[in-house]
Design a protein around this ligand. Structure first.
Ligand SMILES: [Zn+2]
Length: 209
């Protein structure tokens, strides 16, 4: 799990959240029956510790993500990646809501758009502190653009369409929670796997419902 020739990592805690969400979504039995998953996700029965050490490689994240498509086919694999992203939010909230400041009353009382932007900034800061992910946010024309310049999900992959569905699921769940259950139009418009300079996720700040 620790070897990655590129030398880029996310924290143990983030890797743990990813594996917990994957296990919950796919179930243990298929994971164990597929060599790709056994090799990548279950080198032992123990999950990584819940600490901030950068020791979970981009390579593992990317291969785990692409194994979904290899095992289940592109369409189902991408659907599962969305669901895993949604489940990551639940496990992430258990382990990260305090450092993100989401428990504070001040945060909960912020007006809608400021709350979304504050949360996005907190998530960006956390990613910078606990991973080698390069990311910046931009607000433009009522949309929040999340630009990822170094992305673990499509690390060393190529694809003819945007491939980072897990992030879209995570953003959907996060923005739904932040807005009390509203649904937002969120899509990946650029992807490094497609040869573009960033993976860019576009969030329309006016909810659909
Ligand atoms: Zn991407």
């Amino acid at each position: 799990m620790n070897s990655d020739p590129s030398g880029f990592f996310i924290s143990n805690r983030m890797g743990r959240i990813l594996l917990q969400a994957t296990h919950e979504t796919i179930g243990d039995t298929p994971l164990r029956s597929v060599p790709d998953f056994v090799r990548l996700a279950l080198p032992s029965d123990s999950l990584p510790p819940s600490d901030g050490q950068r020791a979970f490689s981009f390579e593992t994240v990317s291969q785990l993500h692409s194994a979904l498509e290899n095992v289940y086919g592109q369409q189902s694999g991408r659907g599962l990646a969305l669901l895993i992203g949604r489940a990551c939010f639940k496990y992430g909230m258990r382990q990260l809501s305090e450092p993100l400041g989401f428990d504070h009353t001040d945060f909960r009382l912020l007006p809608h758009v400021r709350k979304l932007q504050t949360a996005a900034q907190a998530a960006t800061n956390l990613l910078r502190a606990e991973s080698d992910v390069l990311i910046h946010m931009e607000k433009r024309d009522g949309k929040l653009l999340c630009h990822v310049e170094r992305c673990p999900l499509c690390h060393q992959r190529t694809s003819d369409s945007p491939a980072c569905h897990l992030v879209v699921g995570l953003l959907q769940e996060s923005f739904g929670w932040l807005s009390g259950g509203k649904i937002f139009n969120i899509k990946e418009t650029l992807c490094i796997a497609r040869g573009e300079p960033t993976c860019t996720f576009e969030i329309d700040l006016n909810p659909i419902t």
